[in-house]
Write a protein that binds this ligand. Sequence first.
Ligand code: GTP
Ligand code: MG
Length: 853
Amino acid sequence: MSEQLKKTPCCTALLAHVDAGKTTLSEAMLYTAGAKRTLGRVDHGDAFLDTQELERRRGITIFSKQALLPAGQRQMVLLDTPGHVDFSAETERVLPVLDCAVLVISGTDGIQSHTRTLWSLLQRYEVPTFLFVNKMDLTGADKDKILAQLQEKLSPNCLDFTQAWDALAENAAMCDEALLENYLASGSVSPGALQNLVEARRIFPVCFGSALRLQGVQTLLDLLEQYGPQKHYGSEFAARVYKITRDSQGNRLTWLKVTGGTLSVRQTINYVNLKGDPVQEKVTRLRLYSGEKFETPETLTPGCCCAVQGLNETWAGQGLGADPGAMEACLEPVMSYRVQLPGGTDPQLFLPKLKQLEEEDPQLRVTWQESLKQIHVMVMGRVQMEVLQSQVRDRFQVDITLDAGRILYKETVEELVEGVGHYEPLRHYAEVHLLLEPLPRGSGLQFAARCPAEVLDPGYQNLVLTHLQEKVYRGVLTGSPITDMRITLAAGRSHLKHTEGGDFRQATYRAVRQGLMQAKSVLLEPWYEFVLEIPTPQVGRAITDVRAMSGEIEPPENQGEYSILRGRAPVSEMLEYAAEVAAYTRGLGRLQTRLWGYDRCHDAEKVIRELDYDPEADQLDPTGSIFCAHGAGFYVPWDQVKEHMHLDSCLRPAPMPQVITRNLRLDDKELEKIMEREFGPVKRPLYKAPENRPAEEKLIIQPLRQKCLIVDGYNIIFAWEDLAKQASTDLDAARRQLIDALVSYCALKPCYLVVVFDGWRVKGGRGSRQQEGGVQVVYTGENESADSYIEAMVAKIGNNYAVRVASSDGLVQLSSFRSGVLRMSARELREEMDMAREEMKKIMGNTFQSREK
Ligand SMILES: Nc1nc2c(ncn2[C@@H]2O[C@H](COP(=O)(O)OP(=O)(O)OP(=O)(O)O)[C@@H](O)[C@H]2O)c(=O)[nH]1
Ligand SMILES: [Mg+2]
């Protein structure tokens, strides 16, 4: 293995807005650390990390790249990223693999809109962050002013780490209560304590310098060495893919960070491709890059970032081995363009080539618009457009142009509806009931299943969830993608003989569209958040302009000659406004925009009319269903599906036995607590219910026959090895553990759950009953054994409930139970509880961080 990476490296990225000096800084770091003997320069086209012809020509970074360097006693994988907004998706892709980041601030420009975007991304991906204020050699760069700005705009915990130790210790103590206590008691702070706070993102070290003049660069390296996080990894193989590229020979490279175990040449990797099919491939070569050059080690250890050859269907964001699934990217283009091909080029033949580029940049979203016979791509802006054109020219020798740019709209719903899809051509069968419920703006799509296993087999439930996630669902107003909704599987039905592989896919697709047809849909468009700096006399004009754009504006902030206006406006209106500002202020005004997200469309009616979309004529996404009569399938339009459907509606208010409603209405907080205990801390809120929580109130699952599970407490404890062992030293703890496990199980699989503990030997014990989570915990009284309690209980409720009793295998009395009462062994109970956990884990996907981390 490379000399460089014998120790666990710290993977560090440089991030900033365009031209802040990231590439220059990486050059300076490499040189200062002794990894490079000469100092290249961006402006001379010989920077170590602007390796691509395109980048050298333009003098900007377009692709993220890595370099290896020593940082004192430690090793570092340095990732340089593009700063231009048009390439921010490329920057976002590296965030999930970072151990820490250096946010570069230009000493003369200060905090830009894009800096704040990056800051919130770092927050979202929980990356410990250092700040390097660059270009301090230029006049106008003011250290105190910048520091104050950082503290005000980013975080008060941005601390100057170049100040004297005593002052730093005191300032750091102010950022954390525990540290403060310690500091007050001992009068000092340890570097280790600071490192922990940096790692926990409680403080952000700031230093200053000039990358171009090699000032302050050694200080930055020292800070990274001393306070950079020290990661520890598990022994099982795990990795996270962060990008896909092709080298000049056309070899496909999968860039990943090893996050557990080892990765070796010839190792077999099993994974699931984007279509959901299992793939098994062998690693044929590992490339450990530094700049343009690479070594080809046989094996790599955790912490390393490398390019892997031999994997052909991997994708950026993917987790391999023990690393769980991906996080969804949050920066996305809001404009789509038509690809114009030179005469004689067949678009159908050209499409796969563009798809190759899409693999490298998934945000391109290359689509074939059948109705128009056109290829469309999504790009972030003009610079990316030009880069795409050059890429296509270099790689495929075709000159394309992009035109007819249009805004990408989205759709959501305004209220809760139930969508039903049925698919039953001859010898097929599937029915799916989904609840579509609005979520707050910016939530995206969430999927859940709340369907009892007796109604639909958990295997089919998972299938429905997969189908919900596998495609972009289109709304019925304009055919734009849907967002900001939770889609919950509430019921479904399969047929023992006739349900085939694709049937649930068909039923699921139709259910979503049928639901959308009934719902009150809302058209959304992208909005900018803007800051407009303008000579004060022109404020009136600016306000009028923003109003005319249907924008929103805060009262102007007068700073003498200049005023600052902040607000929001639709992208469609503000797109060209920067040029207008420059014109009417004679170059003195400046407009900074950043994408706020999607919100209500300001001219929805007009857009809907223009796009002229007819959902019922859309052959690709039918809104109706297929039913079967007299041995033949027939089409039922969406508005008649409910008259034909086989299961009842899930939204019909029906009187419910108290116990089930209670379980279903387990408070979100309670449920979340249980989930966290089971699966580890929640990465993002699990149930972000909208204010009026419609689904919780109205979701009522058809009462089949209520399930009841009675657990013979001590018998189970002594039958389960781990609990038995615990019980031998601490019976209370074992009991606690069992109750906790049952509470979780009950939350995952709602049922009437009773656990009975024998108290009959307890002198004078009167017995007790209490409610814990969804579980009833019973201690029998003196002279009453658990067996007899259970027997009496079964006799009482056996008619109304499907009762099962879980007990150790040896118990004979239970076999004499009335018919219809099922016995369950201790082992079966364990298996079922484990299965419920697994199922929920699958359903929850990546909502939870893995415990092991
Ligand atoms: N005066 C001065 N100029 C600098 C300093 N650092 C970088 N520059 C100049 O700033 C310009 C941009 O530098 P880059 O290193 O390409 O900036 P970048 O952040 O990598 O830019 P992108 O990759 O395009 O986002 C170049 O002309 C550099 O020479 C510095 O410390 N002082
Ligand atoms: Mg650069």
